[in-house]
Ligand binder design. Structure first.
Ligand SMILES: Nc1ncnc2c1ncn2[C@@H]1O[C@H](COP(=O)(O)OP(=O)(O)OP(=O)(O)O)[C@@H](O)[C@H]1O
Length: 290
């Protein structure tokens, strides 16, 4: 589903002495099927932005469009429930929301709420369990007997069981060890590709943004600071440093390589292997002929 923000401003506790503008005059367009990373220093408005996507908040000014759903002041979509079934949100530490007696019941809770028939829920669970990397025998276990990583996968399965078109991920790897972070992000990337999802990822990790996203939006103080392809945005070291962000490690490495050896290697989101090949080419080219 296409997502469009048109001159969106959001003010918390509007018309009170505590009014606080969290987002100001924000406009962008995310085409259906994109994988977008939203990055920004703490308090830059990322969470407020994503809360618009399933109508948890309605813009104070401007308009948000998600597929055919339009959100403006005084004009909520007729079926907010339908919007929420199309936009699945994986909140930070989603495992904190598990509550059912068994893993199976917890995964079924979302689709039941949206009126999905029991047979169809069963079918979806069979499909989702391997997709999130959980063994089927866990279905009858209590979610509270699982490891932290498994609990998170159960919570994610619950969101996926509703079959959303848009998947919103708010720092989905927070608190996991490096291996767990990579496994979960690879899982989301595979789901994104296989199910043709539109994925919106809020992250503090430049490395994840480079690896998985095809579009990046940098937020600063409630406004859009930069936007573009990762390979365009992440080479702008000075601009990123100004908002307390840094370029990804690979870009730092390429900058250092150029400074030390005078040989630029353009950043094109290459793999480590491809960078090594470029360096090998430079070294070979520089070697004296025998
Ligand atoms: N419920 C609220 N009431 C008042 N102000 C709020 C509320 N929630 C957030 N804010 C303020 O709005 C601004 C944007 O907050 P938001 O949580 O969207 O930022 P963020 O980029 O997601 O931050 P973080 O990376 O820390 O999660 C901040 O100044 C924050 O203090």
């Amino acid at each position: 589903m296409d997502i469009t923000f048109k001159n969106v401003t959001y003010i918390y506790q509007r018309n009170t002495p505590f009014a606080h503008k969290a987002i100001e005059d924000l406009s962008f367009h995310i085409p259906s099927g994109s994988f977008v990373a939203i990055i920004g220093h703490t308090g830059s408005g990322k969470s407020t932005l994503i809360q618009h996507l399933n109508g948890m908040v309605i813009p104070s000014e401007g308009e948000v469009t998600v597929g055919d759903f339009h959100l403006t002041q005084g004009k909520k979509p007729e079926s907010m429930k339908e919007l929420r079934s199309k936009v699945g949100v994986v909140f930070q530490y989603p495992e904190h929301q598990l509550f059912e007696e068994t893993v199976g019941k917890d995964i079924a809770f979302g689709p039941e709420n949206f009126g999905v028939p029991e047979d169809e829920i069963k079918r979806r669970i069979q499909e989702i369990i391997p997709a999130v990397g959980l063994p089927e025998e866990l279905l009858e276990r209590s979610p509270f007997d699982l490891s932290g990583g498994q609990m998170r996968r159960v919570a994610i399965a619950g969101v996926l069981a509703v079959k959303p078109d848009v998947l919103v991920l708010d720092e989905p790897t927070a608190g996991l060890d490096p291996r767990g972070q990579k496994d979960i992000m690879d899982m989301f990337y595979n789901l994104h590709k296989e199910q043709g999802l539109t994925t919106v990822l809020v992250t503090h990790s430049m490395e994840d943004a480079v690896k998985y996203a095809d579009h990046v939006i940098i937020m600063n103080k409630g406004t859009k600071y930069m936007e573009g392809k990762p390979e365009e945005v992440f080479i702008q070291k000075d601009a990123l440093n100004k908002v307390q962000l840094d370029v990804p490690e690979m870009v730092q490495f390429l900058n250092l390589f150029e400074a030390k050896f005078g040989k630029p290697i353009p950043f094109e989101r290459q793999s480590i292997k491809e960078i090594a090949q470029s360096i090998q080419g430079i070294v070979k080219g520089a070697a004296p002929h025998e």
